[in-house]
Design a protein around this ligand. Structure first.
Ligand code: SF4
Length: 376
C-alpha cells in the first residue's frame, strides 16, 4: 500500500510507534475526532461530513493506530477505511432499518444477559471496543458510556445462569471483552466458569484484527485455566490479517483455544469471490475456522454497506467446489427481531421424486443420486 504525500509523516510516525507500542498505548493513541482523522487520511467530502456528524451526535469515531496502519491514506474506497471511517450516508434511513435489529433488548433476561436460544446466552461485558465498526449491530449501545460491568453489576446475570441450568454455553461479548484489563476479564471468566451447568465459554472479540497487541502471552496464560474457551474472531478482509494478527492467532491456537471466525458481508468491501477466497484461505492457515458469513443486520444508518441476500448466496455458490470445505463458512441471516439465525444456501437440487434426486454438481453437471430400495 503506497504511503506518500502530505500524510506521510504522521503515518510513518504511527508505524514506528506501533512496533514498540503495547495494546494500552494503542488505545491511548487512538484517533477519536474528525480533525484527527483528517490528519491521517485524505478524507473525501462524504467522510469529512460523516466524521463531523459522528463526532457531534452519531456513533463515535475510534480507530487504533494499528487499524490506521492497515488503511490506505489516499483511497476512500479502501476496505479498511470503509469499515471504520464515518460516512455521511449513515444519516440516511433506508427500508428495513432497525435500531435493535436482533431484538436484544426484548430478550434481555438480566442486566447485560441476552437469551435468544434455549441452550445459550450472551453476556455483554463492556460497551468499549478497540475501534468502532460503522456497521455495528449494537451501535445503539456500544460506546454510549456504559463502560465495563463490575462483579457487582454482573450479579443478577450470574444468578440467572445458576437458576437456568439448561443454559450450557455463555458467549462473552460486548463491545469487546478483550479491551478490559486482564484481571477484570479473567475475573468474569472465572465467575462464569464457576456456574456448574455452563459447559462452554465463547469469547467474542475483534482485537485480533483491530488490536492484536492485546493477545499477549500473559493473557493466554491467564485464560488457559478456564478452558474450554472458544475464541470467536471477526475478520472481514484479508488486509486485516497482517503479521501482528497472524502472531496473535498463533498464540491463541498454541494456547489450546479453538478459533472460529465470523465475517460480515459488506457492500464494496468483501462482496467479491476473490476477496472472500483470500480471507478464508488465510484464516485456515492460521488455524481459524471460517464459521459464519453473516448477512449484515439491518441496523439503522448502514443501508449503504448492506448487500441483497442473493449476493451472499451467489458468493457461497462460487466458493463451493473451489475452496476446501474447511475454509467455507455457513452463510446465515440473523432474522430481524431476534428470532434466530437461519442458514441460507444455494439450491443444488434440480429435481426430486420417485427415489431419484438430481443435483447440480460444482462442475456444472446434473447428477442423479438414487435412493436405496427398502429391503422390506
Ligand atoms: S468490534 Fe464488534 S461490538 Fe465493537 S464496534 Fe465492531 S462490531 Fe461492534
Amino acid at each position: 500500500m503506497a504511503i506518500a504525500g502530505p500524510h506521510e509523516p504522521d503515518r510513518a510516525g504511527l508505524t514506528r510507534l506501533e512496533e514498540v507500542g503495547d495494546w494500552r498505548w494503542q488505545l491511548r493513541h487512538a484517533v477519536r475526532t474528525a480533525a484527527e482523522l483528517a490528519r491521517v487520511f485524505a478524507l473525501s467530502p462524504e467522510e469529512r461530513a460523516g466524521a463531523l456528524v459522528a463526532e457531534r451526535s452519531g456513533f463515535p469515531i475510534l480507530l487504533t493506530p494499528h487499524v490506521i496502519s492497515l488503511a490506505d491514506p489516499r483511497d476512500p474506497n479502501c476496505p479498511i477505511r470503509r469499515q471504520f471511517v464515518p460516512d455521511l450516508r449513515e444519516t440516511v434511513a433506508v427500508r428495513g432499518d432497525l435500531r435493535d435489529p436482533l431484538g436484544e433488548e426484548e430478550h434481555e433476561v438480566a442486566p447485560g444477559l441476552v437469551r435468544r436460544y434455549p441452550d445459550r446466552a450472551l453476556l455483554l461485558m463492556t460497551d468499549r471496543c478497540a475501534s468502532y465498526c460503522r456497521f455495528c449491530t449494537r451501535s445503539r449501545w456500544v460506546a454510549r458510556g456504559g463502560g465495563s460491568r463490575s462483579r457487582e453489576r454482573l450479579g443478577p446475570a450470574l444468578a440467572y445462569l445458576r437458576a437456568h441450568p439448561e443454559v450450557k454455553e455463555v458467549i462473552l461479548s460486548g463491545g469487546d471483552p478483550l479491551v478490559m484489563s486482564t484481571e477484570r476479564l479473567v475475573g468474569v471468566v472465572a465467575l462464569v466458569r464457576d456456574v456448574p451447568s455452563v459447559e462452554t465459554i465463547r469469547l467474542a472479540t475483534r482485537v485480533l484484527s483491530l488490536l492484536p497487541q492485546r493477545v499477549t502471552e500473559d493473557l493466554v496464560r491467564a485464560l488457559q485455566p478456564h478452558h474450554p474457551i472458544w475464541v470467536m474472531t471477526h475478520f472481514n478482509h484479508p488486509a486485516e490479517l497482517g503479521p501482528l494478527a497472524e502472531a496473535a492467532c498463533r498464540r491463541l491456537a498454541d494456547g489450546g483455544f479453538p478459533m472460529m471466525n465470523q465475517t460480515v458481508l459488506l457492500r464494496g468491501i468483501n462482496d467479491r469471490e476473490e476477496v472472500l477466497t483470500a480471507l478464508f484461505r488465510r484464516l485456515i492457515r492460521e488455524r481459524v475456522r471460517p464459521y459464519y458469513l453473516l448477512q449484515m443486520d439491518p441496523v439503522r444508518g448502514t443501508g449503504h454497506l448492506r448487500t441483497p441476500v442473493e449476493t451472499g448466496c451467489r458468493l457461497l455458490g462460487e466458493l463451493q467446489g473451489r475452496l476446501s470445505g474447511i475454509a467455507i463458512p455457513r452463510f446465515v441471516v440473523d432474522t430481524p427481531g431476534g428470532h434466530g439465525k437461519v442458514p441460507v444456501a444455494p439450491d443444488y437440487v434440480l429435481s426430486a421424486g420417485e427415489g431419484v434426486t438430481r443435483f447440480l454438481a460444482p462442475d456444472g453437471v446434473g447428477v442423479d443420486y438414487i435412493d436405496p430400495v427398502d429391503p422390506e
